[in-house]
Design a protein around this ligand. Structure first.
Ligand SMILES: *Cc1c(COP(=O)(O)O)cnc(C)c1O
Length: 227
């Protein structure tokens, strides 16, 4: 058995375990394989193991791999910081964008999404731990931005994404994810229809699933540590 296959099986086992603990259906939790810095040949190997959705952080690196792997039916998610001069490439080549953190970026993605493609799925990134170094909207800004973005054509606002400050203990990891779950409920109570919480990475996947994650973004636990 290859390392990628056994790693993928271990991550699925961890997702199933956390789902059982949360009394949730594991089918409601999607695994996004984060493939930044990972070679196209290794992504192909993960595809051969059944993994279809991949997340990338850097536009040019992603475009090279999307082209090289164009013979496969892959679903590409953009999860990195977005510069406005890269929105066209993102709008034309991805199915999802998790890292939208300002209305202007959403407006550009909306205007640039080709008509022949389905609407681009969008998550608003929330700076849930209030870290100066991290992207994302302040929680107080979420409702106004989400409402404006939900009205843009060619986009489908799906939910929220966060990268909380790293923490060791499960209870400490859970707190920001719980805040995200509450924010999603509040947005839906205000009339939006959001179904996605993109949260949880290799080290805090269990905490995220216990708090309602519907997409976990996992790199290291599948592909090994990045150089
Ligand atoms: C790199 C990255 C991940 C994956 O992190 P791992 O710790 O390797 O699982 C998830 N989300 C985002 C936004 C990332 O940049």
């Amino acid at each position: 058995m290859t390392a990628i296959l056994s790693n993928l099986q271990a991550v699925h086992a961890a997702i199933n375990h956390a789902a059982r603990e949360a009394r949730r259906d594991a089918m409601q939790i999607a695994l996004l394989a984060v493939s930044k810095t990972v070679a196209a040949s290794v992504i192909r190997e993960a595809y051969d193991c059944g993994q279809k959705a991949f997340g990338e952080n850097y536009v040019q690196e992603a475009l090279d791999k999307i082209y090289e792997l164009r013979d496969l039916q892959l679903e590409w998610h953009f999860i990195g910081p977005i510069q406005s001069n890269k929105t066209r490439a993102i709008a034309e080549n991805f199915s999802w964008v998790h890292s939208v953190d300002r209305l202007k970026i959403a407006e550009r993605l909306s205007a640039q999404r080709p008509d022949n493609l389905p609407p681009l799925n969008i998550c608003l990134q929330i700076n849930v731990s209030g870290e100066a170094s991290k992207g994302g909207l302040a929680p107080e800004e979420a409702l106004a931005s989400a409402t404006a973005i939900s009205r843009l054509p060619r986009l489908k606002l799906r939910g929220l994404m966060a990268i909380p400050a790293p923490a060791g203990e499960l209870s400490v990891q859970r707190a920001p994810f719980a805040r995200m779950r509450e924010m999603l409920l509040e947005l839906n109570a205000s009339g939006l229809a959001l179904d996605t919480l993109s949260m949880g990475m290799s080290h805090d996947l269990q905490a995220a699933i216990l708090e309602g994650a519907t997409i976990v973004r996992v790199g290291t636990a599948i592909f090994g540590s990045r150089k």
